[in-house]
Structures are given as C-alpha cells and as structure tokens.
Design a protein around this ligand. Sequence first.
Ligand code: ADE
Length: 229
Amino acid sequence: MRIDIITVLPELLESPFSHSIMKRAQTKGLLEVYTHNVRDHTPYKHGQVDDYQFGGGAGMVMMPEPLALIIEKLQSERKYDEVLYMTPDGELFEQRTANVLSLKESLIIICGHYKGIDERIREHFVTREISIGDYVLSGGELAAAVVVDAIGRLLPGVLNDETSALMDSFQDGLLAPPVYTRPADFRGWKVPDQLLSGDPKIIDAWRHDQSVKRTGERRPGLIEDEGNE
Ligand code: ADE
C-alpha cells in the first residue's frame, strides 16, 4: 500500500513511521509513506500557503491552488483509491474504517492547518473526510499518523503473528480481554488459573467471557451497536 501525505509540517510525521511496526511495514515493502510539503508546491511568493478567510473572522485558511497542484501531480503519476482529508467534522474513524481503508492500494491524506482548507478542495478533490475524535487538534498530522498506524498494522504480513490483529479490541465488536505475563505471582497478585491451565478451550472461554464482561462494563454501546446492524 502507498500513502501520500500532504502537509505543511512534514517534520511532525517523521517519527511516527520510523519505529516499531510502522518501520517494519516499510522495510518489508508492504507500506510506502511519502510526505509532501505544501510549501514546496506553492506558486505564491515567500512560500505562502494560507490566507485570510473571505467574510472575515479569525484564523487563516489553506489556499486551494498549492493543494490542487500537489493532488493533481500525484494523480497524474498513479491512480489513487481515496483522497482523505483529516478534519474534526469528518466521519468518526473506527476500527471498521481502518479495516476498509487497509484494503486500498493507494491513498492521499491531506492534513489541514489553521482554520482548515478551502472548501473547494473538499468539494472537488476529497473523497472521504475523517475525524479521529470529538476534539480539535492543531493540525491534521497527528490524526493522519493515527490513521496510517491503524491501517498499516492490518496489512497482511506486517504483524509477526497475523492472528494478533484479529484478537485486537474492536475487531469482533468486543474489547480485548486482560493479558498477563511472568511472573505468575507478582506480590501475591496471581494470574487467573484458567490462563495457566494449558487447556486452549478453557483459555478461549475465559478470554471470551472477560471480553464480554469488559465490553459490557466499559463500552455497552459496542454490544448494542452490533445488535442494531
Ligand atoms: N484536525 C484537527 N482535529 C482533528 C480531529 N479530531 N480529527 C482529524 N483531524 C483533525
């Protein structure tokens, strides 16, 4: 999968993809992430990329021309499945969104800044608008990093044990069960007997019960949502 991220702050996106699973995904050639600095593509003087909003009001708006030039350049080089725009008024990003997007070959992600991007880019280029939660970040970069991470780890071959993504919270509409490691007795706090039983049936049943219990206690809406689909 190839992901091209359009941003005014490419530095913010260096670290999230340079470590751990995201690094491995790229080293293995399963994921390619490129960042494009809007300032390198602006036709305006002094690297201008934003301007005052028509109608007045505080906050600058990212100008359409530099964004359109980058998107068109990328689209002339290859076909993209989606052009995403990270914005707090987009659809809420959930595990199911990550699952769907992980099946795509190529994505463009636009990170907004200041007051956001000119509406005409949203109307004419963007195919999907995504919010990572009901709060406002200073820019779309951290949101884009979240989305790329959530998608990247789902690509076949990225995780060592491919079943482990299937066991994640949300994959089956339930939160993940508790996990333990050695020692089996830590300060008198013991690992549940079922996990030490060595019997896969007992272990699976315990994990499932714990998932259901945890989901019911913490996120009952997940179980109700499932029933409504
Ligand atoms: N940009 C600013 N806030 C955001 C959010 N919550 N989700 C996605 N992009 C954003």
